[in-house]
Unconditional design. Structure first.
Length: 368
């Protein structure tokens, strides 16, 4: 029995989107998860994972905290002596990669999105690019969730030993089963995710201000990551939106909505778009990599330009012009697309192929 160490930046992200992989690994391997919070650690512990708390500052670059994270990862690897390390998100990818290179431990990296740094120019971009080059150079495999992210890495000369393109984390089709389409009014547009400017929240609010009525409502599900609470409160007072706060029971909210709206500026591969589509709900999202792969224009949803409240408003108007039967048909086709292309178990199979390849390679190296 081997030992797999997973480095991630949230317990709920690991449990909600990658738990099927964790369960598969636990059939034959020991699994240790390094996580910065306790939101879903009980669930992981109950399954048989060993969970170790490792603080991470998820936002921005702080040299002192990031150096501390590097040494914490090195200490963890010395203690656990893993046969393979899996890393997810930017800081575990970079600093976990540094540690694996230093300690000569094989590792597999997943690029879940590029974040805002790659949309900027200058010194910050140069620094992030160089850190990524060093961090993933010796990775056995780098998993990308969309083609555009892989192309950007190739453009900057960021690469591991091999790479593979997968459909994000896929979607659990049993957990997010097809639900009957809601009848009558109000037509409910739902936003799900961290409430921050980069997710297009201002465009969502401006569209809601123009279109809300007794028959059309807009809801926000998620925690406020930035200093936007006063803005949200102002729009709620005007009757434009309703704040639902954070609720881990996302499926119930998807079931009750008419369409999901995600006007995000950048994305790896949107989990919530996949979940809404699997539930049988049309989506309205930005035409960017990580979103456009999930819906088909006019068939399972509508797209708009990122950063454009006008285009988002127009896309919502297109949806409102549809009959209830047409909206329900859109939802059925969205579910069919998820079943055909985005089943999570297909993604798990691709990861397991690379994991077995890496473990077998390590075993051969030890026997030489």
């Amino acid at each position: 029995m081997g030992k797999i160490l997973i480095l991630a930046n949230s317990s709920d992200g690991l449990y909600d989107f990658r738990n099927e992989l964790v369960e598969k690994l636990l059939e034959k391997e020991q699994v240790v998860a390094s996580l910065p919070d306790h939101v879903k650690t009980k669930e992981l512990l109950d399954e048989g994972c060993k969970v170790i708390h490792t603080p991470i500052n998820r936002r921005g670059i702080n040299p002192i905290e990031d150096i501390k994270l590097f040494f914490n990862y090195c200490r963890l690897m010395r203690q656990e002596k893993p046969d393979l390390v899996l890393t997810y998100t930017i800081k575990p990818n970079i600093y976990g990669g540094f540690c694996c290179r230093v300690m000569k431990i094989p590792y597999i990296v997943t690029i879940t999105g590029l974040g805002s740094a790659f949309q900027k120019k200058g010194m910050l971009l140069g620094m992030v690019v160089q850190m990524y080059r060093l961090g993933i150079r010796k990775a056995e495999c780098v998993f990308f969730q969309n083609e555009e992210n892989r192309n950007i890495f190739e453009k900057f000369g960021i690469k591991g030993k091999s790479s593979r393109l997968v459909k994000g984390s896929g979607v659990n089709l049993r957990r997010h089963e097809m639900e009957e389409y809601p009848k009558g009014n109000p037509v409910k547009f739902l936003y799900v995710g961290r409430i921050m400017r980069e997710k297009g929240i201002m465009e969502f609010l401006l569209a809601a201000e123009k279109l809300h009525s007794d028959k059309v409502c807009f809801e926000l599900l998620g925690s406020c990551d930035e200093d936007l609470q006063d803005v949200l409160d102002e729009y709620e007072k005007k009757g434009c939106v309703k704040q639902l706060g954070f609720d881990p029971q996302v499926h119930q909210h998807l079931k009750e909505c008419s369409a999901l709206v995600l006007p995000t500026y950048h994305e790896g591969m949107s989990n919530v778009l996949m979940e809404a589509s699997a539930t049988g709900r049309p989506v309205i999202a930005t035409n960017i990599s990580g979103c456009r792969e999930i819906f088909e224009e006019g068939l399972t949803g509508f797209g708009c330009k990122p950063g454009s409240a006008e285009e988002l408003t127009e896309a919502i108007r297109k949806f409102l012009a549809l009959s209830p039967e047409q909206r329900a048909d859109m939802g059925r086709k969205a579910r069919q697309k998820m079943e055909k292309e985005f089943d999570r178990w297909k993604v798990v199979k691709e990861y397991m192929e690379e994991i077995h390849k890496s473990l077998n390679k390590e075993g051969k190296n030890e026997s030489v």
